[in-house]
Ligand binder design. Sequence first.
Ligand code: G1P
Length: 291
Amino acid sequence: MKITKAVIPAAGFGTRFLPATKAVPKEMLPIIDKPTIQYIAEEAIRAGITDMLIITSRGKDAIVNHFDKAFELEAILERDGKEELLKAVREVSDRLDVHFIRQREQKGLGHAVLCAKSFIGSEPFAVMLGDDVVDSDEPCIGQLMNEFDKCGSTVLGVQKVGAEHVSKYGIVDCERVDGKLYKVNGMVEKPKPEDAPSDIAVLGRYVLTPGIFKCLEKTPRGAGGEIQLTDGIVMLGETEDIYAYDFDGRRYDIGSKQGFLQATVDFALKRGDLKSEFAEYICKTADKIRG
Ligand code: G1P
């Protein structure tokens, strides 16, 4: 079955970026000149997703406005012949149907995904977390969708992480099936390094079967007192096969300040309009640091 819908949980407070996120949703913080959530939307579009459901919460209206049509602004840009800016403003809203639902209580990622139940119905679907921005030739979620086409089961996007980082992620217990594909036997949310079943972490991209909803309805609060998507997937594994795919691409944890800075620098160095001047600045700065 073709996957056309993606769910983007965006209800979190963004406490790691306070005070910036006091009045501005963290998903609207820009990497250069685009809000981070737009990078996720563009990845979805490149993978052939046509409908995106964003799970929001109070205080996130700027996200709704961002994906809306901006009539006045567009009229002015059109009048002034600012074609490039007009294209930038329209880029996503013209190519993707964006829907919203509010998660009224902050009960965790599993609960946020459960809010998508009636929107998704009985189709397989994608989940893309906004704190994970992936730079890759083939869109990360598209790579998982290709694997789903072959195996017809849930596929989690994974990569190896350093042992010191396992306690930040959902870690899979798995065995290699073929090349970059693993069969998942278990999964633990944010384990201590000594309890981690491996160093293979789920990095914010999932293709899930609709069976996940029945599981999430029964999932008790887990790590951090929250309803964890990881626990729901473990329950799903009791009745369906779960796979993990070691995707190609450089993933940035933009929920952390270091990751956000790295993404900003790397993306600027890839941009034709910024690269040469910025690269020169970076080199001079590096020389200064080295003394
Ligand atoms: C969430 C998931 C975790 C996953 C991570 C990827 O955690 O619960 O399993 O590995 O995203 O970024 P969070 O970062 O929201 O705490």
